[in-house]
Design a protein around this ligand. Structure first.
Ligand SMILES: [Ca+2]
Length: 148
């Protein structure tokens, strides 16, 4: 039997950000060479995202990833820094009403799990996005992205 290839390409970021689309308002390379994971943010006035369009099998139920947020913000209720994980079903007009996670916290590596069964059989674009305001920068590291 031939092993089924993973649905997410390079979800472990073992080969940089290969397989992912990247964008950074400050032309940052979205990679942490030390920890071999994706790295978004870390400076002020940044808009950056990492995305990948995939065809979800009819059996797909789950998205998991590890994330580590670091921030100099001390009051998340007034912070203008946002980390979002977005599933867009229309690549041409990505809509933010498919946001599945909006989080700002600083607690070491967390393992996140999302139910994606609503998107079974569809072509989706998975987006990890960070926005930072003009002071007290935040960053997020992302690793081990798996869809099954
Ligand atoms: Ca900030």
């Amino acid at each position: 039997m031939t092993p089924t290839p993973p649905i997410i390409r390079n979800g472990t970021f073992s080969v940089g950000t290969s397989g992912w689309q990247t964008s950074s308002a400050n032309s940052r390379v979205l990679y942490d060479t030390v920890n071999k994971c994706a790295l978004l943010g870390g400076l002020n006035n940044e808009r950056a995202f990492l995305s990948q369009t995939i065809d979800l099998p009819d059996t797909a139920t789950t998205l998991t990833y590890k994330a580590m947020i670091t921030t100099q913000e001390t009051d998340v209720s007034v912070s203008g820094d946002f980390f979002q994980v977005i599933i867009a079903t229309d690549v041409d007009t990505p809509v933010r009403d498919d946001i599945i996670s909006t989080t700002l916290q600083a607690s070491g590596w967390i393992q996140a799990t999302h139910d994606i069964s609503d998107f079974q059989g569809q072509s989706i674009t998975l987006i990890f996005s960070i926005e930072t305001d003009d002071s007290l920068p935040s960053s997020v590291r992302i690793d081990d992205v798996v869809v099954y």
